[in-house]
Design a binder for this molecule. Structure first.
Ligand code: SF4
Length: 231
């Protein structure tokens, strides 16, 4: 039986996945508690008279950092409570979370700096497609500064509407999985131009052409430019 509340695995989060949590009202106590907790007691958050008469704001302002903290809380309430704990557990170099009673400033060792994290190209998850070669889509965590970033072409298959546009264009490059949703079957079976054209024709914009494999392809600069908005 499925256990809920453990959050998402990496495979559950293809690029472009969106979801909505329930809403939450930002209350006066939220703001007061937050700014006092972190010491953000500047006039923008403590002086309504200043806000109204000198800064020209109506009502109360909340720090942006409060907003993203609330977003994380909403996500935890939505059933991802174990996700952060699992992430921390998987990073041996994170020393310890700062505890409530810690009076000494604690150093949380951050893992070795990631020089450049390639945009995480999650491979199209062909439900029952033939096993693919190990995907380079699982980006290496560190990329040397002088190495160009290579993005693998992929499709957010779960959002495919099975319109046949891409498969009609090149059915060796694009194919359907067992759920009748398209994925990039063989990126070498066509040209970068075809990847870009497929991306442009896809009615739900889920084809990501990545970076070209063949640096000598004709008019490559033009196709790379057209691919930009899909990557
Ligand atoms: S063009 Fe887009 S929606 Fe249509 S089959 Fe291909 S991936 Fe699916």
């Amino acid at each position: 039986m499925e256990t809920v509340g453990l959050g998402f695995c990496f495979e559950d989060l293809p690029i472009g996945r969106q979801f909505k949590t329930i809403g939450r009202t930002v209350t006066e106590p939220d703001i007061v508690n937050f700014i006092n907790t972190i010491g953000m007691t500047e006039v923008l958050f403590t002086n309504l008279d200043f806000l109204k008469n000198e800064a020209g704001f109506k009502g109360r302002l909340a720090p942006g950092s409060l907003v993203y903290c609330l977003a994380e809380g909403l996500l935890a309430n939505a059933g991802s409570s174990a996700a952060v704990a699992e992430l921390l557990a998987s990073l041996p170099s994170v020393a310890t979370p700062v505890s409530r009673n810690g009076s000494e400033p604690k150093t949380v060792a951050i893992p070795a700096p990631v020089a450049a994290v390639a945009p995480v190209a999650v491979a199209a998850p062909p439900a029952s497609a033939p096993a693919a070669a190990p995907s380079s889509a699982v980006a290496s965590t560190a990329v040397a500064d002088d190495e160009p970033l290579l993005l693998e072409a992929y499709i957010d298959s779960v959002r495919c509407t099975t319109c046949n546009e891409c498969t009609n264009l090149n059915n060796k490059m694009f194919a359907y999985n067992a759920d009748k949703q398209a994925y990039v079957k063989d990126v070498k079976a066509g040209t970068f131009q075809q990847l870009v054209i497929a991306a442009e024709r896809c009615p739900v914009s889920i084809i990501h052409p990545g970076t070209p494999l063949n640096a000598k392809e004709k008019d490559l600069a033009k196709w790379v430019k057209r691919a930009e908005k899909f990557n």
